[in-house]
Structure formats: C-alpha cells, structure tokens
Design a binder for this molecule. Structure first.
Ligand SMILES: Cc1cc2nc3c(=O)[nH]c(=O)nc-3n(C[C@H](O)[C@H](O)[C@H](O)COP(=O)(O)O)c2cc1C
Length: 246
C-alpha cells in the first residue's frame, strides 16, 4: 500500500510538471501570458536556462515603452548669441544643441527600444536662462498648466512610461504636470529619470504620484547635468533593477 501511495504521488508530481511545462510552452508563444510566481518558484529553473521572466522583459522592445521627455532645449526661444548655448545644461554634438534630458532619453531608447516623445509647449520659454528660471518660478507659484503643442496618439498601447525631465525649482517642470494630467496612467508603470544641478529628485516623485495616483511608480534615478554623458552604465543598471530590461 505504501509502495502504491508512493507511485501515486510520483505520478501526481509528474503530471504537475507536464502541465506546468505545457503551460510555459504556451506562454512562450504568447508574450502576454505568464505563469504565476509561485508556480515558477516551485518548479525551479535549471542554471543557464532562460526563464519566462527574462523572455517577458523582451516585450519592452516591442514599442510598449514610451520615453516621454521634457527639456529646456527645444522649449526655449533659440538665439545663437545667448546663453541657451553657453549654459551648463547644453551639449553640443557636432553642430547640434542637445539638452541633458535628450541625452538621457537617447540612452534609454537605445536600451529599451521604446518610442520617444518630446513634451513640447505651445509658448516658448525665454532664450535667456535667468528669464526662464523666473518664468518657471512664476508658473510653479501659480500651479500653471502650460499648454502642450503635441500629444501621444495612443497612450493606451503603452504599459511603461519612462518620464525624463530636468528638475525645475525642486520638482517637475509645470509642462510635465500638464502632460501627466492629460492621460490616464492607471495601471501603467512610470519610471522617473531626472537631471539636475544638485537637488537630486527633489519632490518630483511625490508630485508625480499625486498627479497619477493609480500608476505604479518605480524608484527614480537622478543624474547631475554635467555628468549625463557618462551616465550610460547607471541608466542601464537602473533599467535592469526596475525590471524594464533583461
Ligand atoms: C527653470 C529652471 C529651474 C531649475 N531648478 C533647479 C533646481 O531647483 N535644482 C537643481 O538642481 N537644478 C535646477 N535647474 C537645473 C536643471 O535641472 C539642470 O541644468 C538640467 O540638467 C537641465 O536639463 P535640460 O538641459 O534637459 O533642460 C533648473 C534649471 C532651470 C532652467
């Protein structure tokens, strides 16, 4: 009887293994399907064998990731002889001028294959740096929502949004607030990536979560403006730790 009982438990275990293997094989052919964490851990994964988890991370390369970025460069009136060019937040690559946020956005794009979206205002900020800081301060005091000139066509199709912005007066620039209020981020994962000159993330994470209470907000990354060009490894590690890339 004990012998029969043992055979029975072995058969039950083997059936369970077959069901789980069939299930995971089906899931392999359907990127949206996945087995539960408990099933995964109870079966275990031999060393060197790709898990479902690493397969599912590849989904980020199927344009389900939106990289929305805001920068002073591209949103300020541009005149060659003003400090829009000489300011610390500007990178000259060849003859082109890039903001720090754009440099980070390109790094994230390279890693994730996501789609880039530039948050652009209808009204430009002044070309002089100090005038922009004054305007931004006033907008913050008034909780302004500057009008945006462009819009994401199908926000519903993205499940992860990497939000890249410079810190303005300790938090997100007001046009980023306009952007966050424009769409329904319920159930979406938001990853804040900011560039700044010392405030780190400031209160930006808190302010993003207030504007998108139903989003899953992951821990943000801060990159000092003058160090954006050396930030590739930090960005890579952060994307991995945040489960965006494998
Ligand atoms: C309006 C304005 C306000 C800023 N406020 C802050 C701040 O509070 N803390 C900080 O560390 N940096 C602040 N900065 C510096 C920018 O965050 C930093 O230079 C950033 O790297 C610029 O990115 P961008 O080139 O993409 O615009 C401010 C810059 C501007 C233009």
């Amino acid at each position: 009887m004990i012998y029969k009982g043992k055979i029975k438990s072995i058969l039950i275990f083997l059936s369970f293994m077959i069901i789980v293997s069939l299930f995971s094989a089906c899931a392999d052919t359907n990127n949206n399907a996945s087995i539960s964490d408990s099933a995964k851990s109870s079966v275990g994964t031999p060393k060197g064998v790709k898990t479902k988890e690493s397969d599912s991370k590849k989904n980020t390369k199927n344009n389900k990731t939106l990289i929305a970025y805001f920068s002073r460069i591209g949103n300020a009136e541009y005149k060659e002889d003003v400090d829009a060019v000489s300011s610390a937040s500007v990178n000259l690559i060849g003859s082109k001028v890039y903001g720090n946020a754009k440099i980070l956005a390109d790094m994230v794009q390279k890693e994730t294959g996501g789609e880039l979206f530039f948050i652009k205002t209808v009204d430009k900020y002044p070309s002089l740096y100090d005038d922009t800081t004054a305007k931004a301060k006033k907008e913050q005091e008034e909780s302004a929502r500057p009008k945006l000139a462009n819009h994401v066509k199908n926000m519903a199709s993205y499940d992860t949004v990497i939000l890249i912005y410079p810190i303005w007066w300790g938090t997100i620039p007001m046009p980023v607030s306009t952007f966050l209020e424009e769409y329904d981020f319920s159930g979406k994962t938001i990853l804040p990536l900011c560039t700044n000159e010392g405030s780190q993330l400031g209160s930006s994470e808190e302010d993003i979560s207030k504007l998108c209470p139903n989003a899953k907000l992951k821990e943000g990354l801060s990159v000092i403006g003058s160090e954006v060009n050396e930030a590739e490894d930090d960005v890579k590690d952060w994307l991995k730790e945040s489960d965006v890339t494998a």
